[in-house]
Design a binder for this molecule. Structure first.
Ligand code: PHE
Length: 493
């Protein structure tokens, strides 16, 4: 049946109209007292309801005028959820990746931010965030820690859901109840119990509890922040954890068989936790710092300048940040430290000692590939993505795309039997150099009688520094037409 719209005022957003649609159904089906209402242009209700409704939307609020008898209760919505929506103008539940979560007074997620959940740039082939993840992963897999049989020691987890409990994000890594990092204003809470992870450390405890003692976690993390060229509310981290048994840690020390990881009756100092021996901590610290410096050199070359800065985290002690010098400025790239023994204890690995680190992937990718603006990572512009779709992306330097207008030219030709598109792409680049932004196959045709194949390509020309004239482009295009036949044995149509 259809509910007719009575009125909608100018302040009514489309979101509210959508909510109103469903609200009408809820009101009817639940036979809610007619104290509240809705409005909406033509609302379709399940055919099982035989009710008719008058609705009215005012100032982004729904006001119910009349309810009629409903015959079916095949759909159930709770009255509290209806009240919530009437009060807030929102659905009482939030859907994320196909699951429903109740909203409450802690909810801070927005539709915009939720549209980023599940995109997982870290797993998109050739995306710079994925490329940097792979470079770091390869360092840990190949260059660093092969075990005696030649297998990597580390395993990587890059498909863990960013939807975590607040207990995983905070409690499991010992963040105190009143810690500033829990602030509603800084986090994307789904409700009081669930949130979008604010760091990949949210998975440390669970993975240690699973029995892992060498692992990497790569994922998208969410923090409320302003948006500018270096801040975006979604970014990416790579977490690393390595645990050592007493034997693993001391096996390389001459005469180390009497050394211990733990000691009783000792105090916490700037250098170590109360339960640890200083010699154990110093060996782990050395391994941690050496590994991260080598990883940084793997990314940026041997000459990169680095410095360690002491800091604090609730889940490590002692803790450090690594800064690298880039274009004359010191930039923080990671946080790390010796894992709090209480965390390992509660995850069932109290007999081991370990380090953890968290690297910011976006910043590293920006530095490595010369990407000037963090927002570009979310760009679906071909001109961004295509720059990284090359065989060896190691030395790609991003070329900002020009705001000058493009000029398009098409060319079509009959193909010889041994034809390869890549040859044409290379040929065009040779002929027109950097003026070519893109070459795209727009038509692939086989003649029905002769069986001859033909391709049509669209060449996009664009200059970084001036408006191209059609004349200039025609000259280049003519040369391409003239020479392509001889070069690639094709026949221009
Ligand atoms: N989770 C920390 C952050 O997001 C980084 C970190 C990870 C620090 C692991 C220490 C150990 O800032």
């Amino acid at each position: 049946m259809v509910v007719e719209l009575l009125s909608v005022d100018d302040h009514t957003s489309s979101d509210v109209k959508m909510a109103a649609t469903r609200l009408v159904a809820e009101v009817l089906i639940n036979r809610v007292p007619s104290s509240a209402c809705t409005l909406f242009p033509k609302i379709l209700l399940p055919s099982s309801c035989s009710a008719y409704h008058h609705i009215h939307l005012k100032h982004n609020r729904c006001v119910l005028h009349q309810t009629y008898q409903v015959q079916s209760r095949s759909v159930h919505f709770s009255v509290p959820s209806l009240q919530n929506k009437l009060e807030t103008g929102h659905d009482a539940e939030i859907e994320i990746l196909g699951k429903q979560y109740p909203r409450d007074d802690f909810t801070t997620v927005t539709p915009k931010i939720l549209s980023r959940v599940g995109v997982s740039l870290q797993n998109q082939n050739h995306h710079p965030i994925c490329l940097i993840k792979e470079r770091i992963r390869d360092f840990f897999f190949i260059l660093a820690f092969l075990n005696r049989r030649g297998n990597p020691l580390f395993s990587i987890y890059d498909h863990l859901s960013p939807i975590v409990t607040t207990a995983q994000n905070f409690d499991s890594v010992l963040v105190p109840q009143d810690h500033i990092t829990r602030k509603k204003g800084d986090n994307y809470y789904i409700n009081r119990d669930m949130m979008l992870r604010a760091h990949t450390s949210a998975h440390q405890h669970d993975l240690v509890q699973c029995g892992l003692d060498c692992f990497l976690v790569a994922g998208d993390v969410y923090r409320r922040d302003e948006i500018d060229s270096s801040h975006y509310p979604v970014f990416h981290q790579m977490e690393g954890v390595r645990l050592y048994t007493k034997h693993e840690l001391f096996e390389k020390c001459k005469g180390g068989s009497h050394l211990e990881l733990f000691e009783a009756n000792s105090a916490r100092t700037d250098l170590k936790q109360e339960t640890h021996t200083l010699e154990a901590v110093k060996l782990v610290e050395h391994d941690l710092k050496d590994t991260l410096i080598r990883c940084t050199q793997h990314l940026f070359g041997k000459d990169i300048e680095t410095q360690w800065v002491e800091t604090t985290f609730p889940f490590t002690h002692p803790s450090w940040e690594l800064e690298i010098k880039f274009h004359g400025e010191w930039l923080e790239t990671l946080g790390c430290g010796i894992m709090e023994q209480q965390l390992l204890q509660s995850a069932g690995a109290g007999d081991k000692i370990g380090y953890a680190f968290g690297l910011g992937l976006d910043r590293l990718a920006m530095l490595l590939f010369d990407i000037p603006d963090i927002r570009l990572f979310w760009s679906t512009d071909e001109r961004f993505i295509s720059q990284f779709q090359v065989k060896d992306p190691t030395s790609v330097k991003f070329k900002p795309f020009s705001s000058y207008p493009p000029v398009y030219q098409d060319i079509a030709f009959w193909l010889p039997t041994d034809y390869e598109s890549n040859n044409f792409y290379d040929f065009v680049r040779t002929m027109a150099g950097d003026l070519v932004e893109n070459v795209q196959l727009i038509d692939d045709f086989t003649h029905p009688k002769t069986n001859r194949k033909s391709h049509c390509y669209r060449i996009t020309y664009r200059s970084m520094d001036k408006v191209l004239t059609l004349e200039e482009i025609n000259q280049i295009q003519d040369r391409i037409r003239e020479q392509v036949e001889g070069e690639l044995s094709v026949q221009v149509r």
